[in-house]
Design a binder for this molecule. Structure first.
Ligand code: ZN
Ligand code: ZN
Length: 100
C-alpha cells in the first residue's frame, strides 16, 4: 500500500477514536488530534497516531495547539494520551465481548 490517501482501516480507527472521551480531561464530544511528538511540523502523523481531545484540550488557548497548560497540569505528554487512547480502545473491545 502506498503512502498518502486514507485507507479504510485508518478511517475506521479514527471513527472509533472519535467515540472516546477526551484523553486529557475525559470530556465527551471530541475532535481527533494527530500527535506531533517526535515529528517534524510539516510531516503529518499516521491516522493511527491520533488521540481524542475535547475542543478545550485540543484547539483552546490552553490546549495542545495552544500553550498546553491543560496537558501540563495533568503531567501528560502526547504519547501518554496516545497510550490512554489505546487503553480505552482495548477496554471497550473487552466490554463488547463481555456484553455479547
Ligand atoms: Zn479535554
Ligand atoms: Zn490537533
Amino acid at each position: 500500500m502506498g503512502a498518502g490517501g486514507m485507507s479504510n482501516a485508518s478511517k475506521a480507527h479514527m471513527g472509533r477514536v472519535a467515540q472516546l472521551p477526551c484523553a486529557c480531561c475525559g470530556a465527551h464530544g471530541v475532535h481527533v488530534h494527530h500527535i506531533r511528538e517526535g515529528q517534524g511540523m510539516s510531516q503529518r502523523a499516521s491516522d493511527f497516531l491520533t488521540v481524542p481531545l475535547c475542543p478545550d484540550c485540543h484547539t483552546g488557548p490552553l490546549g495542545v495547539h495552544g500553550d498546553k497548560t491543560l496537558m501540563r497540569i495533568r503531567k501528560l505528554s502526547e504519547l501518554d494520551m496516545l497510550a490512554e487512547t489505546i487503553r480505552m480502545l482495548t477496554d471497550s473491545r473487552v466490554r463488547a465481548f463481555d456484553g455479547a
